[in-house]
Design a binder for this molecule. Structure first.
Ligand SMILES: Cc1cc2nc3c(=O)[nH]c(=O)nc-3n(C[C@H](O)[C@H](O)[C@H](O)COP(=O)(O)OP(=O)(O)OC[C@H]3O[C@@H](n4cnc5c(N)ncnc54)[C@H](O)[C@@H]3O)c2cc1C
Length: 378
């Protein structure tokens, strides 16, 4: 059995350790933080993200804190008028075989970390910042221990990517402002049971319930250099009470992963944001990390019978994450269109209607990482 190290204990690294353990493999996680707790606010888990989590037996824990938004209600940021409403809830669960959930990141991180702690196959080194990994006879030397395989899951600003490919993350020119509010203190315009998406020009705002519906998560995305208040000055007064809770908002510069020649480099395997960090306009970065993790464990478990399994994994993941990242970039253009195109976008969306708008996402949500095998792909 290969001796496996995982650099980074985020969503990608923890999920991968659990998926490996389920297949009988030991791994050692190296995480720079001294405690496994996520910063940031909420995260939406689409059906393609939920399927691997279900297979890992995590749903009893996740259902204890998740919310299942009933719909995505899309509004014009400027006029405050509704544009279209897309069904989530039971409709999406029936269609894609798993629910669409929204959770607090800290809750998800805790559920993953506790499952790792319970597993005798997972060792965790906290406070271990790994910036360079020397090689000796093809094996990786991490803090004096030698590993056959190093799974690199150290996020979009990956230090190991720098070592292997001399590539830094790319600035996107956008800032995400993030905040959470007690649900019963939210302004009335924002639903307590659905996702609210407000579109305008050069900015958009999303809110959704988290923490079993007790909190509202909000993300406002603007161009760098624009303040949260001035970025929305032309918006309907309907949305302002939330945006004006100024002290609550935390600015988060959005960076993306550069194009790498390959996800594989000697004993290093790149996954999650370290490999494909993307704009959050399709709400898929975390979902791609979870898919990556589950499929990577499958590939590793098949290595004995199929020495090309890792190569097949890398090709399959590159193809899918490239397409999803392109969708996120396209959504950026659409969500932030200048006037008068923004008005045309709004009426176009209303005309297309929920079914056709939802159909644009079905190839993303339909994907089942748990059904993948390296023997069945290129
Ligand atoms: C505003 C916003 C909204 C988003 N919304 C969604 C959404 O709704 N749905 C969705 O699926 N995705 C969403 N995403 C994307 C999602 O957050 C990321 O894709 C996901 O967190 C990536 O997980 P990861 O484990 O690859 O990386 P990270 O979460 O960055 O984890 C990397 C880990 O590695 C550790 N680390 C870093 N460097 C080192 C080192 N040198 N040594 C040791 N440890 C190290 C870090 O401490 C961290 O624990 C959103 C992102 C943003 C910014």
């Amino acid at each position: 059995m290969p001796n496996i190290a995982i650099i980074g204990g985020g969503i990608a690294g923890l999920t991968c350790a659990l998926a490996l353990a389920q297949r009988g493999f030991h791994s050692t996680i190296f995480e720079q933080a001294t405690a496994l707790k996520e910063v940031g606010a909420g995260i939406q888990l689409s059906p393609n993200a939920v399927k691997p989590l279900e297979k890992l037996g995590l749903m009893p824990a996740i259902n204890g804190f998740a919310s299942a938004p009933r719909a995505i209600k899309i509004y014009s940021g400027r006029s405050g008028k509704p544009i279209v409403q897309l069904p989530l809830g039971q409709t999406i669960e029936k269609q894609f075989g798993a629910p669409y959930l929204s959770v607090h990141r800290a809750d998800l991180q805790k559920a993953l970390a506790q499952a790792c702690e319970r597993s005798p196959k997972i060792a965790t080194n906290l406070g271990a910042q790994i910036e360079r990994v020397p090689l000796e006879n093809g094996k990786a030397d991490i803090l004096g221990d030698f590993f056959d395989l190093v799974i690199v899951a150290d996020g979009v600003n990956s230090k190991l990517r720098k070592q292997c490919f001399a590539l830094d993350a790319v600035d996107t020119g956008l800032i995400a402002w993030r905040a959470t509010f007690a649900m019963d203190e939210r302004p009335e315009a924002f639903s307590n049971h659905s996702t609210t998406l407000c579109l305008s020009s050069a900015a958009h705002l999303v809110t959704y319930p988290i923490a079993s519906g007790l909190e509202l998560n909000a993300v406002a995305i603007l161009a760098e250099g624009t303040d949260i208040r001035s970025g929305f000055d032309k918006w309907s007064s309907k949305w302002k009470p939330l945006l004006e809770k100024q002290n609550e908002w935390i600015a988060w510069p959005l960076r993306a992963a550069p194009t790498m020649a390959s996800r594989l480099n000697g004993p290093f395997v790149f996954m999650g944001d370290a490999a494909h960090g993307m704009l959050p306009f399709a709400a898929q970065g975390g979902a791609m990390a979870i898919e990556d993790a589950f499929m990577l464990a499958t590939a590793i478990s098949k290595l004995k019978s199929n020495p090309k399994a890792l190569r097949h994994w890398a090709i399959a993941r590159e193809k899918r994450t490239t397409k999803v990242a392109a969708t996120a970039r396209q959504n950026r253009q659409i969500y932030h269109l200048p006037q008068p195109m923004a008005k045309i976008r709004d009426s176009g969306m209303a005309m297309l209607g929920p079914e056709r708008l939802m159909a644009r996402q079905s190839w993303i949500y339909d994907f089942d990482a748990t059904a993948w095998s390296p023997n069945s792909s290129a």
